[in-house]
Design a binder for this molecule. Structure first.
Ligand SMILES: [Zn+2]
Length: 527
């Protein structure tokens, strides 16, 4: 009996196997168990929330490295331990001094000097000039007739209105003199040859302790080429500004609070000496992207990227921000896909193009790791066919409430850069996975601006076609300590990663690189 009953089963088994092509054979090696194994470590307590530049991030990098090594991934040339290091800076004030009329002002109660927008430096002048809002525009000009060379400028934040509309742009929304505002005003003051600037915020009479403390140090930041020279400055309290500007101050303050244009007569020079000194100390912290490759065969000099960020928010007030979905899920996903590609290669079915698996850091600090990679690419961007980026794929959008709407993933970027993107992605999805590919976030009117909010953007701005896979978990536990592994929907997670694997497989093996036939609009290139 037993023997007999085995025969039809065996036949069925063989048939089923014969129907399975190589892609689905290796996709089926991506399993809930495999994803679970990686995510348990990545979103575990030991990683302390993986904040970039901390021990937790370095531990996570070491784990990813160990997995790449165990899988036998290739290491990009010139790299050690699969890691591409990049520097982050953190500045702390070590000293400051502001004198007016020979009298020393008090840091904290009279003024603050924000570390994040000032550099080591000094300036002094024998007089200062009150320059209104510090704006120069065809429609409104505070600088007309003012010679500010070598002098200290005192100005208000903000800009004037006329008949209820902003004077400079004639609309209801502030112009660039409001946002970014100060940096534009500082740049202009520098171009005019001013020595330095003292700034009054009409809405900030005094500085609270938190503002004072925060002004003395920066967050970790990525040192960009600063380019344009800006001036050093201090923010004045209203009491300090009153002492300098004199009795006029209250009427000037009223002007600025009500966005009233300043007239020629409102602006003046005073022969009061000003001297300013600011020093800071810079700490350099090394963070890293972790890169491993499955080398291609006949098209190995072309590349398909799989990316996800392995950093998260770290610890705050003693609480760990686990980041299981954000983006532990993507990190576990790319490690597991790397394993499947490596197994395929071992079985003689390796990809034609080189598949690059890159776990980036610095995402939560402003896409820093991917920015660094895109400015210092290990492989030419022109030869990078596509970046498939994953940031949160293990959960369900809280707006989806009924079971028939849960078989989905948001796909972002399908209508940009390459017309091949949706054709390939939809094709493999239909053939193998049957997920609903939801393009909601590609609506140009969507307020979330998701296209700009994860690492694929740094590939897109270099012209590399990208697709971004995402579960929409923006409410509920997003950026909270409660983004934990117990909330992962494993079957959906597995299904999505398999679909992304199929997409990568097809893109790595097809004859042509993805064509680049839909350039990003100019507006999408400015962040
Ligand atoms: Zn994220």
């Amino acid at each position: 009996m037993k023997k007999l009953s085995l025969i039809p089963l065996l036949v069925l088994g063989i048939q089923a196997f014969a129907q399975q092509d190589d892609a689905s054979r290796f996709a089926s090696m991506i399993t809930t168990e495999g994803l679970q194994k990686h995510l348990t470590v990545i979103a575990g307590e030991e990683m302390q929330g993986r904040e970039t530049g901390t021990e937790g991030q370095r531990k996570a990098a070491a784990y990813i490295e160990s997995q790449f090594k165990a899988t036998g991934l290739g290491m990009p040339k010139g790299m050690a331990n699969y890691q591409q290091f990049y520097p982050l800076h953190k500045d702390s004030m070590t000293g400051c001094r502001l004198m007016a009329d020979g009298r020393e002002l008090a840091q904290g109660s009279d003024y603050i000097i924000p570390a994040n927008t000032n550099d080591n430096g000094t300036f002094s002048s024998s007089s200062f000039i009150f320059a209104g809002y510090g704006i120069e525009d065809a429609a409104y000009n505070d600088y007309a007739g003012l010679d500010v060379k070598g002098k200290t400028i005192i100005l208000f934040l903000g800009e004037p209105k006329q008949d209820g509309k902003y004077l400079v742009n004639g609309t209801n929304r502030g112009s660039e003199w409001t946002f970014p505002g100060l940096s534009k005003k500082l740049l202009l003051a520098a171009q005019k040859g001013a020595a330095g600037v003292l700034v009054i915020n009409p809405l900030m009479e005094t500085f609270n302790q938190r503002t004072i403390d925060n002004s003395k140090k920066t967050n970790m930041y990525y040192p960009r080429n600063k380019g344009d020279k800006k001036l050093n400055f201090a923010n004045l309290s209203h009491a300090a500004a009153r002492a300098l500007l004199g009795n006029n101050f209250d009427s000037l303050l009223k002007h600025s609070k009500n966005n009233i244009p300043f007239k020629k007569d409102d602006l003046f020079e005073k022969n009061i000496t000003v001297s300013y000194n600011y020093t800071e100390q810079r700490d350099v912290i090394n963070a890293s992207n972790v890169l491993g490759i499955v080398e291609g065969t006949d098209k190995k000099d072309e590349y398909v990227f799989l990316t996800a960020h392995y950093d998260h928010l770290g610890m705050r007030d003693g609480k760990i921000y686990y980041g299981a979905d954000d983006d532990g899920s993507g990190t576990a996903g790319i490690i597991h896909m790397a394993e499947a590609f490596a197994k395929a290669k071992k079985a003689g079915k390796g990809p034609r193009r080189t598949v690059v698996i890159m776990a980036v850091s610095g995402e939560e600090k402003g896409l820093l790791g991917s920015e660094y990679y895109s400015e210092n690419p290990v492989y030419p961007m022109e030869k990078t066919s596509v970046d498939l980026n994953i940031d949160m794929v293990g959960r369900i959008d809280t707006e989806r409430k009924t079971a028939d709407t849960l078989n989905y993933v948001y796909v972002v970027g399908h209508d940009k850069l390459s017309s091949d993107l949706p054709v390939i992605n939809e094709g493999v999805n239909k053939k193998y996975c049957n997920l609903v590919l939801d393009y909601k976030f590609d609506d140009p009117n969507d307020p979330n601006r998701i296209y700009f909010r994860s690492d694929h953007y740094n590939f897109a701005r270099k012209g590399v076609p990208v697709l971004f896979f995402y579960d929409g978990m923006l409410k509920s536990d997003y950026h909270k300590p409660t983004d934990t592994i117990d909330k992962i929907n494993w079957l959906l997670f597995e299904k999505r990663v398999r679909m992304i694997f199929h997409t990568a497989w097809e893109m790595a093996n097809r004859e042509e690189m993805l064509k680049r036939d839909i350039p990003l609009p100019e507006s999408a290139l400015q962040r």
